[in-house]
Design a binder for this molecule. Structure first.
Ligand code: NA7
Length: 535
């Protein structure tokens, strides 16, 4: 496919204006390139633009989950809480967009409908929902890992006479649940954050749970001036240290195997991790996600906590996760989740023992009864890590579609490029640390690597880069080999694509850690972009 005459031409088109897109646009424009951002939302924010449900919060601490690339930015912005709410993150991203004057080069409410590689012109020709075709030398998909919502796979969902809300596309205005009977379907991270809020405002809440999740209390609190000042006094050094860790955040850890200590010592370490709060619980012992016995100790500790918090032993039992390693499905971070089930207006329906038959006009019918509802909240998750890339309608060399190339699961080199798709980069793509790391830190690393490469290609007059199939094959094998040494393979998680019917079961993130990953990327660059063909 060639670019139609008169179409708008750019050096680079960046799809998405969340954390990844905003920084990529800023970076490329700073190198003197003509860049265009294309964003389907009406504003910046990406996942933080859409996921506006009550209680939405990041489960990485705010002073970590923010840009470190600009010292003035990180000094001037003041986070107010240990874990930032969705509105605060959205304010931050709007501030970033204004501070770097990015809005004028972003087309909002514009979805990419197709993108075809033009081999003769060595350009991408991009179709969008709102304008004539565009073309660019480089196409960068900054479309997010958790942005393509899973389609509702509950029979009869369209027949419901009441209101249906989705956590992944929440209305912009305040939603009033007062006096209502509300049902929430799903008990992943989004539901775990929303449920305590909805329970406080609805007359009655029914939670439909298929798989109970492990969740750790956030112990969220306002950030003190002293804590902010301390971090800011050496922010750059702190960020450097974070880049040397595995998850991209500095978490307290015993630095020991749980198997080395006696039961009382193990419990003391877990108690300290529980009191510290959040996903850092996974770092309490070094073998949390690699050793079955150590993992089971952690799981048992959390199960005891559930029993201690939930007053009704039967409800506690239904909320207790079993049958998969803790952490193999994403560890949730909550505020008052388990305690919410002590409220008189909250009921838990266990879909394992009474599955949903269908949704009908009046509510949800399970195999054991009917629950009348005014509003149903779907918190059923995402076609994670690949959905947003596949929905862009991308076709590479000889018209090969990305969907076809990834039919048996995503194949990338370093999570950055995929062979047969020249000049197309992904930010936080499958095969990179992405969702199993501090996303913002990983995004910065990708943007800087891609930015340096594109800029050097322009200087050298090079017009085409493609990942070698052999390098890609080796990388896919390595990603799988690292994952095979962990317990991640034993949970039916969205990391494995197991939440979407028919999706190939392939472990998608690189779990070797952000330090190792960065060193591999740096080494490829130093070796003349080893694994890529440049011309
Ligand atoms: P998740 O973590 O994928 O959770 C989705 C939840 O919805 C999970 O409990 C699912 O149960 C449940 N689900 C999905 N489909 C159905 C149907 N058809 N019937 C009943 N229950 C269903 O998505 P979230 O949005 O909560 O979180 C995604 C990430 O966003 C999160 O990890 C954070 O990083 C932010 P299942 O486990 O499949 O049995």
């Amino acid at each position: 496919m060639t670019a139609p005459e008169g179409c708008d031409e750019f050096d680079a088109i960046v799809v998405g204006a969340g954390f990844a897109g905003l920084y990529m646009i800023h970076k490329l424009r700073g190198s003197g390139l003509r860049v265009l951002g294309v964003e389907r939302g009406g504003g910046v924010g990406g996942t933080w633009y859409w996921n506006r449900y009550p209680g939405a919060r990041c489960d990485v601490e705010s002073m970590d989950y923010s840009f470190g690339f600009d010292e003035a930015l990180q000094q001037e912005w003041c986070w107010t809480e240990r874990y930032a709410t969705q509105p605060e993150i959205l304010r931050y991203l709007n501030h970033v967009a204004d501070r770097f004057d990015l809005r004028p080069i972003i087309r909002f409410e514009t979805a990419v409908t197709e993108a075809h590689w033009d081999e003769a012109g060595r350009r991408w020709v991009v179709g969008t929902s709102s304008s004539a075709a565009l073309s660019a030398r480089f196409l960068i998909l900054a479309t997010g890992s958790l942005s393509a919502a899973k389609s509702p796979d509950v029979p009869g969902v369209g027949s419901f006479a009441g209101r249906i809300l989705r956590t992944s596309d929440w209305p912009d205005e305040r939603v009033d649940f007062s006096g209502e009977r509300v049902g929430v379907i799903g008990t992943g991270s989004s539901a775990i954050q929303a449920i305590p809020h909805i329970a406080c405002s609805a007359a009655h809440l029914t939670v439909f749970q298929r798989t109970p999740a492990f969740t750790i209390p956030a112990h969220n609190a306002p950030l003190t001036d002293a804590a902010i000042a301390e971090r800011k006094s050496s922010y750059a050094a702190y960020r450097r240290r974070a880049r040397e860790t595995s998850p991209g955040v500095i978490w307290p850890s015993s630095g020991r195997s749980a198997l080395e200590l006696d039961a009382a010592e193990v419990r003391r370490v877990f108690e300290a991790a529980w009191d510290y709060g959040g996903a850092a619980f996974a770092a309490a012992f070094t073998d949390f996600i690699t050793d079955t016995r150590a993992n089971e100790m952690a799981a048992d500790f959390v199960r005891d906590k559930i029993r201690a918090v939930v007053a009704d032993p039967e409800v506690a039992e239904r909320l207790t996760p079993r049958g998969f390693p803790i952490g193999s499905k994403r560890l949730a971070v909550d505020t008052d989740y388990y305690a919410t089930f002590n409220r008189k207006n909250v009921k838990l329906v266990d879909l394992r023992s009474s599955p949903i038959d269908c949704i009908d006009p009046g509510g949800v019918r399970t195999t054991t009864g009917h629950v009348k509802l005014d509003t149903i909240v779907l918190a059923i998750g995402f076609d994670a890590m690949t959905g947003s890339f596949l929905s862009a309608g991308v076709r590479g060399v000889d018209g090969l579609s990305l969907r076809e190339a990834w039919r048996a699961g995503p194949r990338t080199y370093l999570g950055l490029m995929t062979s047969h798709f020249p000049n197309m980069f992904m930010i936080a793509g499958p095969g990179s640390p992405s969702v199993l790391s501090n996303m913002v830190l990983s995004i910065e690393q990708h943007v800087e690597w891609i930015g340096a490469l594109i800029s050097s290609m322009f200087q050298a007059g090079e017009t085409r880069i493609e990942a070698k199939t052999s390098a890609q094959d080796e990388w896919v094998e390595r990603v799988n080999a690292v994952a095979a040494r962990t317990l991640y393979m034993k949970g039916d998680s969205w990391y494995l694509g197991a939440n979407v019917t028919g999706k190939p079961r392939v472990f998608m993130p690189f779990v070797g850690g952000v330090r190792v990953y960065r060193e591999i990327c740096e080494s490829a660059r130093e070796n003349n972009y080893e694994g890529f063909v440049l011309s």
